[in-house]
Design a protein around this ligand. Structure first.
Ligand SMILES: Cc1cc2nc3c(=O)[nH]c(=O)nc-3n(C[C@H](O)[C@H](O)[C@H](O)COP(=O)(O)OP(=O)(O)OC[C@H]3O[C@@H](n4cnc5c(N)ncnc54)[C@H](O)[C@@H]3O)c2cc1C
Length: 464
């Protein structure tokens, strides 16, 4: 056993410290193609144990990489500087669901889908629904500001964080916010941690806002012969005041790989498909369904299908969630982009992605939470061939650049992580990034927290 492992085993139960390569391999990557072996993995069970490990690492300048479920799509949990991976899945208690205040307090390792089911069993509703919700954690969602299809109506994780507890690199614990629905006291530290991707400290506990479960929902699929007309129908729907709770787009490439995995009976020769959900009072739901169908017809839809019953609706929702797994089965590797533009620019962004795919001779499927302008171009590549990786990464950079040219942002919900760190200055300029670096130094003067993420660079790190 190395000195590092011996020291860690004195801080937490030795059965929760791993250093053998066969154990470490499971922690080399997230859902991206980047991978690196850490020196050790520690699985704390409490904020006190997190604090003890951080204090130890901080004194020795050892990188610490917080990890939820490792489903990230930006390389955030990849231990590029070696160091310690902090596996946070054991901090998994739902501490309280407070029906009267419409809040819940949970530990960071609670799985999002499990939390949603617990909340819904009480007639309540936690809308943020990253499509990885069967495994991803609330801590990971807060750390990446995760979104999902319901973002179009309900916003994303950031809109539900009322307060949090976090451990700083020196082992001190801060707590900001709580059950109050409004707060104007001091700098908003909860917002600073939300989206910090493990670079400032470890989020150990979160208080979340809840809603009351909508009484009714309907789901529809609309199939369009042209991608452009589907994108334009989306802009028109929003402009006409439709308030869908989900407005997703899939192109032909995505639908083809999806239907190999999960047949939905969709016409395979059409170019674009919208999955639209409306929820709320039953009468309003009927009204919104009629409006959606009317607008889709105005934009040349081939077919609009309303799910007949709850079972069919669930099948469509499951199909949407299966998009990335289906594409992953069809392609050796997939780089999922996260370009986000103002809604009116969606048709221009779709056209730009098509041009970029052609220029670099790469296959790109286009899916996304189109209702909020958040596209997920899936760039198909094979990491065994450097030329394939080079072309995919070039296409990714150009898509990011184009999103900014159209007034958008580098990331709508996946974060910057490792993959987009080199682009950060494109969005915020030198002064903006320099301020972010100073903020990082104030929280983490020794630079141990998740080096190389968001701001690039990183420390040499300890590999032991
Ligand atoms: C099939 C699939 C579908 C997806 N769909 C969506 C989607 O619809 N919307 C969306 O937004 N994302 C989506 N994602 C991306 C991913 O699931 C989210 O980014 C999610 O929030 C990551 O959670 P995680 O627990 O897996 O975090 P990880 O991948 O383990 O970590 C992500 C980042 O957060 C940091 N981190 C994790 N926990 C903590 C903590 N407690 N304290 C401090 N830092 C922490 C890590 O260091 C890392 O930088 C999808 C991914 C997959 C594979």
């Amino acid at each position: 056993m190395t000195g590092l492992l011996r020291d860690l085993a004195a801080l937490v139960d030795p059965r929760r410290v791993w250093g053998d390569v066969e154990d470490l391999v499971a922690y080399t990557n997230d859902a991206t193609h980047r991978r690196e072996l850490p020196a050790a993995v520690v699985a704390p069970e409490s904020a006190d144990e997190v604090a003890a490990v951080l204090r130890y690492a901080n004194q020795r300048g050892i990188p610490v990489i917080p990890r939820g479920a490792g489903t990230g799509l930006a390389g955030g949990a990849v231990p590029v500087s070696g160091g310690l991976v902090l596996d946070l899945k054991r901090l998994n208690r739902i501490l309280e669901i407070d029906h009267k205040n419409l809040t819940a307090t949970v530990e960071c390792g609670v799985v999002t889908g499990h939390f949603q089911r617990e909340v819904e069993a009480r007639g309540l509703f936690y809308p943020p629904d990253p499509q990885s919700l069967a495994v991803c954690t609330i801590g990971g969602n807060v750390a990446t500001r995760a979104g999902g299809p319901r973002g179009v109506k309900y916003g994303t994780t950031k809109d539900y964080v009322l307060g949090l507890e976090a451990v700083l690199p020196d082992g001190s614990v801060i707590s900001y916010g709580g059950k109050s629905v409004k707060m104007s006291a001091g700098y908003d530290l909860a917002r600073v941690f939300t989206g910090s991707e493990g670079t400032l400290g470890v989020i150990t506990k979160v208080t979340l806002r809840l809603l009351v479960l909508p009484p009714s929902r309907r789901i529809m699929i609309a199939a369009f012969p042209e991608l452009d007309s589907a994108a334009e129908a989306v802009s028109a729907l929003i402009a006409r005041g439709a308030e869908p709770s989900m407005l997703e787009m899939l192109d032909r490439i995505a639908v083809t790989s999806l239907q190999r995995y999960l047949p939905l009976g969709l016409p395979p020769d059409l170019e674009a498909f919208l999955i639209i959900e409306v929820d709320g009072h039953p009468a309003k739901v009927e009204e919104d369904c009629a409006l959606v169908a009317e607008v889709c017809r105005e934009y040349g839809v081939h077919e609009v299908r309303v799910a007949r019953d709850a079972a069919e609706a669930e099948r469509i929702v499951q199909a949407r969630r299966a998009l990335f797994p289906a594409a992953a089965r069809a392609a050796p590797n997939l780089v999922i982009e996260d370009a986000t533009v103002p809604r009116t620019q969606v048709p221009a962004m779709v056209r730009a992605i098509r041009r970029i795919a052609e220029r670099h001779q790469v296959l790109i499927s286009i899916t996304g939470h189109i209702g909020d302008g958040n596209l997920h171009p899936g760039i198909i590549m094979d990491r065994r061939f450097p030329e394939s990786v080079r072309r995919a990464e070039q296409a990714m950079a150009e898509i990011a650049r184009e999103a900014l040219n159209l007034g958008g942002t580098l990331s709508g919900e996946h974060g910057i992580g490792l993959l987009k760190a080199p682009f950060l200055e494109w969005e915020f300029g030198e002064a903006g990034v320099s301020l972010m670096r100073r903020l990082k130094r104030a929280f983490d003067p020794h630079g141990i927290m998740n080096p190389g993420k968001i701001l690039g660079g990183g420390t040499a790190g300890v590999r032991d």
